[in-house]
Design a protein around this ligand. Sequence first.
Ligand code: FES
Ligand code: FE2
Length: 407
Amino acid sequence: MVDVTELKRWSKRYPEFGTAPLPIEPCISQDYFEREREYVFLKCWLEVCREEEIPNPGDFFNRHIQICNTHVLLMRGDDGRIRAFHNMCSHRGNKLVWDESGCERSHACKFHGWVYDNQGRLVDVPDEANFFDLDKEKNGLTPIACDVWEGFVFVNLDPSPAQSLHDYLGGVVDMLAGFPFKKLKLGYAYKGNLACNWKIAVDSQQEAYHAVHLHRRTVGNAFISKENPFMHALDIQFFGPHRMISLAGYDHPLSPVEALAHKLGWTIKKKDHGFLDPDNMPKGVNPTRSKNWAFEIYLIFPNFWIATLDGAYQTHNFWPVAVDKMYQEIRMFINLPTNAGEVFATEYAKCINRDTWLEDFSTLETSQTVLGSGGKTHFILQDEEILLRHFYKVLNAYTHPQRQAAE
Ligand code: FES
Ligand SMILES: [Fe+2]
């Protein structure tokens, strides 16, 4: 039985993360940002899209990764395989494919017309005989390491990644095996630019301490009860650089429109959905098997976030752009509605979700405007914010490999 009233449970369970305040510096330092580029984003596996976004031969998807100074072109070849390339012409470096997504057998560069097939091979060069020893076979698009886990497509910009995707994900693979990711479809998505360091956004999505206060007008009352008034977690676990928090939900008074949505279909605040088989749950979904379980958040280092719910999952991608700028994408995967009542319930869930995210975003840019002031030098964290401690410890180890080796 989980005792959510026990104070300071996580620092007792995970004393290695300490209890001291954390420096603000990584969120405002240009040097730290450069280290993140070199040691994190150019080295780690990064989630870029879902497999079903490019289901057919020729389908492609473009992912601009600004911190790595590249556009990644994901293509499914005529042979059915998904590959990733730098979206860059071999001739004079023009960006080859300009559309965000689509389906083509081949791609012609807009500059001088070099043509590549959907497996990245260079197949035609206008006025080829006037070049000097040009070998088309050696001048296809430059490949990027690419692999798929549970339908999530990852790339690694290191020309020789230190680990396979499977090894990199480690314990997360086992925890989420059996979750019906492939059965759920993209229901709705939001994307936008934020004037803050990417970690400020990640941090806002790796603790529930804020929810009772910041989300009191939207979802706050669905996650608290008399015995758990501050949304203490059911479970917290760490898997190498990755981490998980499992959270509870409780019955709460419903507004008339909310009650109607609950009656007609899936909503974010409804308990007892019955979509997942309670006798056959993945190990990492409701890991404490609590009767009050609502959802988990998995944070795949460095910038990918998955929430697992009964009947839905949600993802966030937090992309750094500059030390004080980022781009965020949020996607909600659901059972698509099949009748008018379910459409109503889905629209209701969509609005509640949107409002909750807007509440989340509301503090991020304002925080960034004062973080550099020097007025405060550290963040003070309480016990339920221990995921932030793990995140910065991992990040410091990645960004300062020499310091780590000396310790
Ligand atoms: S830069 Fe692409 S054909 Fe010249
Ligand atoms: Fe939130």
